[in-house]
Design a protein around this ligand. Structure first.
Ligand code: DGL
Length: 252
């Protein structure tokens, strides 16, 4: 039993989609969520810089006595998770585009993998493509995380941007869509409109939290706060409005 907090980080609001799943699967834990709003977005930054920023965020969460870290960002995971696991002994859980489960689905058609430019071009995703990418088409989505950060989850502007991103990929049948950035589950409704109803939109959130639960169990680190856990939000811009946006995103 360990009552310390679990640390979450992302460039902004995206990781809250992962945090919601954690609250569902592990409701008796305390959480600290750090959004690096000052340095967002991570998707087009130099990977070395994303590594530095991720390391800085992890150090901050460790200084706050976190017992485990969830890098609730596909981009930061691609840039930093491997190296951080070599350096640190606490559990570090990352996110990756859910291409494996998508590739195991029955049916014909392409798998569209929506993610940031960095996630799609770095070796971690290239390795995933080698194993499960036979039918996959990488779809970089510039500008999409910014819609979520602005609170634009539906509407004309979002539709217009999604049309420009997705239309080159809509000429062939699509079997599944992978939401390979933790911001995109917040746009699920807007994205789903571009596909027939039976096309699943898959994210990696439930799998990542199952992995977190497994690691906490194995290492005897599970918490048990009797009246349910708490969530503390922090933002690198130290701006109260950013923290309020995080709170309202979690409430949904
Ligand atoms: N939420 C992040 C991800 O999962 C990245 C968004 C960004 O900072 O570009 O990749």
């Amino acid at each position: 039993m360990d009552q310390r907090s679990i640390g979450f980080l992302d460039s902004g609001l995206g990781g809250i989609s992962v945090l919601s799943e954690a609250l569902r699967q592990l409701p008796d834990e305390n959480y600290i969520y750090f959004g690096d709003t000052l340095n967002a977005p991570y998707g087009d930054k130099d990977p070395q810089e994303v590594f530095r920023l991720t390391h800085q965020a992890v150090d901050k969460l460790i200084a706050m006595d976190c017992k485990a870290i969830v890098i609730a960002c596909n981009t930061a995971t691609s840039c930093a998770a491997g190296q951080l696991r070599q350096e640190l002994s606490l559990p570090i859980i990352g996110l990756e585009p859910a291409l494996k489960p998508a590739s195991l689905l029955p049916g014909e058609g392409k798998i569209l993998v929506m993610a940031t430019h960095n996630t799609l071009r770095l070796p971690k995703f290239q390795a995933l493509m080698q194993l499960y990418g036979k039918d996959a088409l990488p779809v970089p989505c510039p500008g999409l995380m910014e819609c979520v950060e602005r609170g634009q989850l539906e509407g004309e502007e979002v539709d217009h941007l999604l049309r420009s991103i997705l239309s080159p990929f809509l000429n062939e049948p699509v079997k599944a869509v992978v939401l390979g950035c933790t911001h995109y589950p917040f746009l699920r409704r807007a994205i789903a409109r571009f596909f027939p109803e039976n096309v699943p939109l898959i994210d990696g959130n439930a799998g990542a939290i199952r992995q977190l639960k497994r690691r906490l169990t194995e290492e005897n680190l599970l918490g048990n706060h009797p009246f349910g856990g708490s969530v503390t939000f922090l933002s690198s811009s130290e701006d109260e409005a950013a923290v309020r946006r995080m709170q309202s995103m979690l409430r949904g």
